[in-house]
Design a protein around this ligand. Structure first.
Ligand code: 5RP
Length: 231
């Protein structure tokens, strides 16, 4: 089986948690896309739910799957959010944002009554940091924000971190759905993820970090050994 088969397996497990009339938060990425496809099948079989997508891409996929989309400003309730991840550690701390949707993903995941992470088992790590941490920043005077990010990282003891402005497919820089830049910060090992999140989040110009600390309620991992739950 491939990593994509395991992503689908985790998504099919998560779709079992959906109940009629729920307001769902739909994540972004290839694992979340499997969840959207499985949810679409269920709605075609008669299940009624509504959903808030975390990206334009997911909104398109959900609409194509026949899922009723509600605009984020039309609800104050998310019953269940389901999303993928780039890394997850044993404390359910995550690095997200590989697809550039971290801000909307974090808004929805934080607001949800229950946030379930789905992933293939390769995303499980002992310590976060091998995956470059995405940090969404405002475009205004962004070199000043980049400098402040480097200084904050140095103050926390990260030696010469590789901080790069993410390149876009159609231009010099990637733009998030909200029109912001993304910095990818290769830190190798993140000791205190909560402290790092606080330090970066305190910088004017930083919109959000890809560290999801204390947000995930349950993680569903699929791999050769079957389904593993961290809950
Ligand atoms: C998008 C994300 C994704 O959840 C993360 O990148 C995992 O993607 P995939 O499911 O394709 O492996 O955070 O911003």
């Amino acid at each position: 089986m491939t990593a994509d088969d395991f992503k689908k397996m985790a998504a099919l497990e998560a779709v079992k948690l959906v109940r009629p009339d729920m307001v769902l938060g739909l994540g972004t990425g290839s694992t979340a896309a499997h969840f959207v496809a499985a949810l679409g099948e269920k709605t075609r079989d008669g299940l009624y739910v509504t959903a808030v997508p975390t990206s334009e891409d997911t909104a398109r996929k959900a609409a194509a799957a026949g899922i009723e989309i509600i605009e984020p400003d039309e609800t104050t309730i998310i019953d269940l959010a389901v999303d993928g991840t780039d890394e997850v550690d044993p404390r359910k701390q995550l690095i997200k944002g590989g697809g550039g949707a971290l801000l909307r993903e974090k808004i929805i995941a934080s607001a949800a009554k229950r946030f379930v992470v789905i992933a293939d088992a390769s995303k499980k790590v002992a310590e976060l940091g091998a995956f470059a941490l995405p940090v969404e920043i405002d475009r205004f005077s962004f070199p000043l924000t980049v400098r402040a990010v480097r200084e904050a990282l140095a103050a926390l003891g990260y030696q010469n971190p590789d901080v790069r402005l993410r390149a876009g497919p159609a231009g010099p820089a990637f733009l998030s759905d909200g029109g912001n830049f993304i910095l990818d910060c290769k830190l190798t090992r993140i000791g205190d993820a909560a402290a790092l999140d606080r330090a970066l989040g305190a910088i004017p110009g930083v919109v959000e970090t890809g560290l999801f600390i204390g947000i995930a309620d349950e993680v569903i991992l699929a791999g050769r050994g079957g389904i593993e739950r961290i809950g």
